[in-house]
Design a protein around this ligand. Structure first.
Ligand code: BES
Ligand code: ZN
Length: 467
């Protein structure tokens, strides 16, 4: 088969409008829409408004739907007619906190391009990847006055805090959100120049563990050795979560794990991957994880238990001899099919209560969860994605897995009954969730082209063979 190409009219429009597409993204990135922080609620509302305005300007009917948390933006364009398929494009306008601010080379909310990389919090995760779709929709509407499919754009503001209100919204609005397929650009490519389609995401159970000892902080000389120390108790509790080899030692934790099929693991082993490169990228002298699996298998196919935050006692300058009254850990579990977030949270809670030493009380809170997901990678949306990525990047995409989570993906399939295509434009080392987050400027512009071709290819294929 000849290499697919970007249609000339769309390509010409993209070339003419790349700079404006970047300028508009800069404006979006200047809004500090940090969903985790209540003091940024107004910024989240402003980012929602920004998305709604951008959609309205290109001819979409856009509404901002309030939720108990941050609002959801729904944009609709349905003039392709009832016989044409409907594509739902999902993304998120919220971002992770930018701290530690002093580690950014340029300020997190002042977008800056250096060496072909656009640095800003949210540049790749996910404002850039959401906005490139809006520009691709604009390309069709500007050049041809129409779109090859009906389109719903759904942009939420709580993805980075677990999408807690989205599932309910999907259930309530399922008739309005009915669609034939979903596309999400909120992930990374395997390597520069190698476009990728994701075949799996891990799920998540996020817990907070609070340990309380005495009524208040105590003099560690007057009481230490006789009163149980909550910081030490918490360290002991956390240490029971893995065995000495690196397996998770919480009873029942692996019971629901359904192994990845051999052909998927074989596909993963074919991808060019080097442990040494990863070590170098993150700056460690050795990698570690569950025995019996390659690094990619550990990242993509196996569940984990990680401490995300730890707090107790005196952490200021110098020394203070204190026996802390409390300690706290944020612990998250990445899950794989068919582990259930609630069931895992219940198991962990029971385990923590069982191993907690006498003399302290423990309290476990389940903050949020998300189901793992595995694609069957068939049907017109996947075929269209392959063609679109090849047209934009000049080579066929590879199929990859992913260690991160997008909690709503399983809900789309379950509630809307629509298959999901995950076609991301991030790159390894992009510093998502960390200082100096960036998106490759080239990938942003190629992403616009890939998305524009996707709509066209999907429209054609879905008409020929619906579902
Ligand atoms: N875009 C990421 C998920 C992701 C990361 C997909 C890397 C593919 C590659 C997303 O915004 C994210 O960070 N999700 C959170 C979800 C969590 C809060 C439930 C995550 O994975 O930590
Ligand atoms: Zn994201």
């Amino acid at each position: 088969m000849p290499t697919p190409a970007i249609p000339a009219d769309l390509s010409a429009w993209c070339i003419e409008n790349d700079q404006r597409a970047l300028d508009e993204l800069f404006a979006f990135l200047r809004i500090p829409s940090v969903s985790a922080r209540t003091e940024h609620a107004a910024d989240c509302a402003a980012a929602a408004q920004f998305v709604a305005d951008a959609l309205a300007r290109i001819g979409f009917a856009a509404t901002i739907e309030p939720t108990p948390g941050h609002p959801i933006v729904v944009g609709e364009w349905r003039q392709a007619g009832p016989q044409a398929p409907t594509l739902l494009i999902y993304g998120h306008y919220d971002v992770q906190p930018a701290e530690p601010l002093e580690l950014w080379t340029s300020p997190a909310f002042e977008p800056t391009i250096r060496d072909g990389k656009l640095y800003a919090r949210g540049s790749v995760d996910d404002k850039g990847q959401l906005y490139l779709h809006i520009k691709a929709l604009e390309a069709h509407l500007a050049v041809r006055g129409t779109l090859p499919v009906n389109v719903i754009v759904l942009a939420e503001g709580e993805e980075e805090v677990g999408s807690v209100n989205l599932e309910h919204f999907l259930e309530r609005e399922h008739a309005r959100l009915a669609c034939d397929a979903v596309v999400i650009s909120d992930s990374t490519m395997f390597a520069p120049g190698i476009p990728s389609i994701l075949s799996s995401l891990r799920g998540m159970a996020y817990l907070e563990i609070n340990v309380r000892g005495a009524n208040g902080d105590l003099h560690s000389g007057m009481y230490g050795g006789a009163v149980v120390n909550p910081a030490m108790a918490l360290a002991r509790i956390l240490a029971t979560m893995h065995d000495a080899e690196g397996r998770i030692a919480i009873p029942g934790f692996y019971d629901a794990v359904r192994p990845f099929p051999d052909h998927v693991r074989a596909q993963m082993r074919e991808l060019p991957f080097s442990d040494a490169t990863l070590r170098h990228e993150v700056g460690v002298t050795a990698l570690g994880g569950e025995p019996g699996y390659t690094t990619l298998e550990r990242l993509w196919t196996r569940p984990t238990c990680e401490v995300n935050g730890l707090l107790s006692g005196y952490t200021g300058e110098g020394a203070k001899t204190v026996l802390p009254a409390v300690s706290m850990a944020k612990v998250s579990f990445r899950l794989v099919p068919d582990q259930e977030p609630d069931a895992i949270a219940t198991l962990v809670q029971a385990h923590v209560e069982r191993v907690a030493p006498p003399g302290v009380t423990v309290h476990v809170t389940h903050l949020h969860g998300g189901k793992p997901w595995r694609a069957d990678l068939q049907g017109p949306i996947i075929d269209a994605g392959k063609v679109a990525l090849e047209a934009a990047f000049g080579r066929e995409p590879v199929i990859t897995g992913e260690g991160g989570s997008i909690p709503v993906v399983g809900d789309f399939e379950r509630i809307l009954g629509a298959p999901v295509l995950l076609m991301g434009f991030g790159l390894p080392g992009e510093n998502a969730h960390a200082p100096d987050e960036w998106i490759s400027v080239e990938n942003y512009t190629l992403g616009i082209r890939a998305a524009a071709v996707l709509y066209e290819e999907y429209g054609r294929r879905a008409l020929l063979s619906p579902h």
